[in-house]
Design a protein around this ligand. Structure first.
Ligand SMILES: *Cc1c(COP(=O)(O)O)cnc(C)c1O
Length: 388
C-alpha cells in the first residue's frame, strides 16, 4: 500500500531545528567536540524550589486524574496575579487565562479556532517557525512581514498592502524577538492596536522572552497597551524564564473570546497539563524569584564575551537588550548557509542560519547563548582561524 501524507504536511518545510540537530549529530559522530549555539534551550537546571514542589505534588494522588481542560483554577489565578504584578494588567482568571502544554502548543492550535481556509495570517519573517506552519495546517495563507535592520526588526505597518490588511484575520508579533533579539516599545504597540482595530485583525503576541532581559531593561507586554484586550491574546511560557523547557507549561491571556476559542479547540485535542506540573508552575511564578537575577547575570556575561569577540573578528553585531540570542550579520558577501556550514565543519560550532527563519533573515546567523563563558571564549578562539 502506498501511504501518502496529507497536502497540509506536504506544504510544510522540514522543522528547522530537527534538521540542525541532524547535521550536528552527523559531525559529532565523526568525533568532533561540538560547541552547540544552535537551539534556544537553556543549559541551566530548573530552580530547586520548583523541582521540590513537583515531587510533592506528584506524590499526591489528587493530581493523578485528568486535569481541567482550561487549566487548574489555582494556576490561572496565579498567572493572572503575576501579570498584575509584572505588567499591571488586570485579568479575570476564569475567562481571560488558559493553561497551555507549553506556549508552542497554544500558538500551534490557535489558528484552528479562528482561521478559515484561505484566510490571511500576517506573520513576521524571520520568525519562530510555528506561526507559519500552524497557519498552513489550519488552511490559512501566511503573508510575511519582513523584519529588517532598516525597520528596527519591527513590522512596517504602513508597508502592508491595504487589501491584504483588510483580508487578514490574524497578525503575529513576538517581542522580545526570536531570532533577531529586537524589542518593541509602547509606541509600536499603540500603533499596532490602532492598525488591528482599523482592519479587524486579531493580534497574537508571543511573549516568551519578557523576563530574559539585560542591563536593567524591562520588556513590555502587548496587553499593557490601551485597547489590547479588545484585539489581542498573548502567549507566555515558563520555559525560558525558569529553565523549564522540558516541563511543557505555558499560558495565554487576553480577550475572553480569543481565549475561549483556543480553549474550545484544545478541549477536542488534548486534556490539559499535568496538575502536578501546574502546581510546580505556581511555585515558579510565586516563589523565590532570585533565580531570575542569576539567569540574567549569566546571559549578560556570555553575551558580552560573544558579542565583543565577534566584533573583534570584524563582524557587524550589537549587544541584545533581551533574549538569549545574538543576531549577527555574516561576513561581507557570505550567505547564511555558507557561514553556518563553515562554522560547523571548520570550528565545530553549531549556529542557526538566519534564512532558516525566513528569507529576510538571509545574510545573518543566530547564536544562542547556551554554553558557559569559557566555552564561548573557546568558540571565538576557534573562529579566529576562519580569517574572516
Ligand atoms: C522558546 C520559544 C517559545 C516557547 O515555547 P514553549 O512551548 O513554551 O517551550 C515560544 N516562542 C518563541 C519565539 C520561542 O523562542
Amino acid at each position: 500500500m502506498e501511504i501518502i501524507r496529507a497536502q497540509r504536511l506536504q506544504k510544510l518545510p522540514p522543522y528547522l531545528f530537527k534538521e540542525i540537530d541532524r547535521l550536528r549529530d552527523e559531525v559529532r559522530s565523526q568525533g568532533v567536540d561540538i560547541i552547540d549555539l544552535g537551539v534556544g534551550d537553556p543549559d541551566q537546571p530548573t530552580p530547586a524550589n520548583v523541582i521540590k514542589r513537583l515531587n510533592e505534588a506528584a506524590a499526591d494522588p489528587s493530581t493523578h486524574k485528568y486535569p481541567a481542560y482550561s487549566g487548574m483554577n489555582r494556576f490561572r489565578a496565579s498567572a493572572a496575579a503575576w501579570y498584575k504584578r509584572r505588567f499591571d494588567v488586570d485579568l479575570v482568571p476564569e475567562k481571560e487565562v488558559i493553561t497551555l502544554i507549553g506556549s508552542k502548543e497554544g500558538l500551534a492550535h490557535f489558528p484552528l479556532a479562528f482561521v478559515n481556509p484561505g484566510d490571511v495570517v500576517l506573520v513576521p519573517s524571520p520568525a519562530y517557525p510555528v506561526y507559519n506552519s500552524s497557519t498552513i495546517m489550519a488552511g490559512g495563507v501566511p503573508v510575511e512581514m519582513p523584519l529588517t535592520k532598516d525597520n528596527g526588526f519591527l513590522p512596517d505597518l504602513a508597508a502592508i498592502d491595504p487589501a491584504t490588511a483588510k483580508a487578514a484575520k490574524i497578525m503575529v508579533v513576538n517581542y522580545p524577538n526570536n531570532p533577531t533579539a529586537a524589542v518593541a516599545d509602547a509606541d509600536f504597540y499603540q500603533r499596532l492596536v490602532e492598525f488591528a482595530l482599523a482592519n479587524s485583525i486579531i493580534v497574537v503576541s508571543d511573549a516568551a522572552y519578557t523576563e530574559m532581559a539585560f542591563d536593567g531593561y524591562k520588556p513590555l507586554s502587548f496587553m499593557q497597551t490601551p485597547g489590547a484586550m479588545e484585539v489581542g491574546i498573548e502567549f507566555h511560557s515558563l520555559s525560558k524564564t525558569y529553565n523549564m523547557t522540558g516541563w511543557r507549561l505555558g499560558f495565554a491571556v487576553g480577550n475572553a473570546e480569543l481565549v475561549g476559542g483556543l480553549g474550545q479547540v484544545k478541549s477536542q485535542i488534548d486534556s490539559g497539563a499535568f496538575d502536578a506540573v501546574q502546581i510546580a508552575g505556581i511555585e515558579a511564578l510565586e516563589g523565590d524569584q532570585s533565580s531570575l537575577d542569576d539567569m540574567r547575570a549569566l546571559y549578560t556575561k556570555r553575551r558580552d564575551v560573544l558579542v565583543e569577540g565577534l566584533q573583534g573578528l570584524g563582524l557587524e553585531v550589537e549587544k541584545p537588550k533581551a533574549t538569549f540570542y545574538v543576531w549577527c550579520a555574516t561576513p561581507k558577501g557570505m550567505k547564511s548557509a555558507d557561514f553556518t556550514k563553515r562554522l560547523l565543519s571548520e570550528c565545530g560550532i553549531v549556529t542557526t542560519p538566519g534564512n532558516g527563519f525566513g528569507a529576510p533573515g538571509e545574510s545573518y546567523v543566530r547564536f544562542a547563548l547556551t554554553v558557559d563563558k569559557t566555552r564561548m571564549a573557546e568558540a571565538l578562539e576557534r573562529m579566529k582561524k576562519l580569517e574572516l
